[in-house]
Design a protein around this ligand. Sequence first.
Ligand SMILES: CC(C)(COP(=O)(O)OP(=O)(O)OC[C@H]1O[C@@H](n2cnc3c(N)ncnc32)[C@H](O)[C@@H]1OP(=O)(O)O)[C@@H](O)C(=O)NCCC(=O)NCCS
Length: 180
Amino acid sequence: MRVGKPGDGARLKPLWLPWLGNHFDEAMDSLDQGTMLTSGGFLELVLVAEDRSSGDVVGMLLAGPPHHFFEAYPAEMRPVVAQLVVKLSGIAVAPERQHEGIGTKLVRRAVGEFRRAEYRWMYGQFAHQRNLTDFYKRLGFTVHPAGKDLTAPRELGTVQLACQPGEHWFDQTLQYETGA
Ligand SMILES: CC(C)(COP(=O)(O)OP(=O)(O)OC[C@H]1O[C@@H](n2cnc3c(N)ncnc32)[C@H](O)[C@@H]1OP(=O)(O)O)[C@@H](O)C(=O)NCCC(=O)NCCS
């Protein structure tokens, strides 16, 4: 597993397109142009899982600044918030390689990276029919009931994110571990 690099965007597209549509086009263009990690100075992480022998891309994860969450804060606070809160925007594993632990490794690595960078909170969202409650629970997230709004930890202010019907929020506070 490795961090994404310029040129990966086009290779990753077939993996996420069936699940997440054109949602990541902009992020993947930035990745291809080499501007992703530096845009706004915020940590935006793309992880790529490749098959050891063929080199084929078999999984990807994208996590980065929580643009919706920002809307709850005045503009001058957003750079601060962006260094504490991260959204796990999407994850996809090639259908023929699911249930081998690749998705688990991708999420664990992302949590570790943001924890080391002293982020405080990671959250994300999935559609109820994806049935991913156990997957995220096993990874240490709280999975909230479908349709229930998400409340940020108190240290981040009283911020609530509205939930669409049939969607679940999931979240995890990230404790910084010395030497982790
Ligand atoms: C979610 C996903 C990334 C998990 O990746 P993975 O490599 O298969 O996950 P792991 O092998 O680490 O963990 C598997 C466990 O997660 C759960 N799980 C994984 N995929 C699942 C799926 N499609 N449906 C239901 N449960 C699933 C199961 O509990 C499974 O346990 P099992 O293998 O013993 O049955 C993968 O299924 C995927 O790409 N799905 C399509 C895209 C998607 O739904 N993305 C999430 C929303 S952004």
